[in-house]
Design a protein around this ligand. Sequence first.
Ligand code: 13P
Length: 281
Amino acid sequence: MLVNSKELLLKAKEGKYAIPHLNINNLEWAKYILEECNKLNVPVILGVSESASKYMGGFNTIYNLVTGLIKDLNIEIPVCLHVDHGTSFETCQEAINAGFTSVMIDASRHELSENIKITKQVVDYAHSKNVTVEAEVGHIGGTEDNITNSSTNATLEDCLTLYENTNIDSLAPALGSVHGFYKGEPNLDFKTMQIISENLPIPLVLHGGTGIPEEKIVQAISCGISKININTELQFVWATAVKEFLTNNPSVIDPRKIIGSGEEAIKAKITEIIALFKTKI
Ligand code: 13P
């Protein structure tokens, strides 16, 4: 069943666990994630970046793909179909019109006042369609879709100002995590994370989940993180398995065998993630 993120994240905040946000790239990614999360009986947020959407054909194609898989595979868990880092009102509107149940509007590259203006426009439209909205304060850097950006940490004051002026459903404050692999140990500002969580009634989101040591994930959840985004880690385990398969089976040309040789690696990693996040239905 497709749901928005509201209840999933509020329950996670209350129960001190995290819902996994796993980025999808194609049919196989969506299928493996749905099958594994359904087997483990946990809810999941499928994240779709703008470039992943373009790659797969567009938001309508993805909506039909995901709802088709839910039906054909008898998926019974709650599934949230979410735009990851939507950069404009128009992108979010297009996804909502296609049937997405949740969007992230990332206007964090703008000044706070402009971030608020764009975010509010998205919230007003999204809430009229029962769609939830995540926003970003500060700026989460690192490498995503082959683009590298620097980070700026969020402050409590900016988080409160954005929340009070927009009525967003969840917030991703930049507090030291980055997209892609870390150079050295991630340096997360847990103190500010805890303070923001205590002062905001909405759940917090941690981007850049790949490469954060397990104890820091546990600490982030105890500081109020209710949704953790993972992308690079699934790409890495899939690519490693496929490269090994191709080295050992150089004559195979069936794309289903080649792409599918990463299935077990993705599913095993999802099982680890769910156990670490202590995700519940
Ligand atoms: P990673 O690629 O570092 O796991 O981050 C994913 C993410 O935050 C997507 O929004």
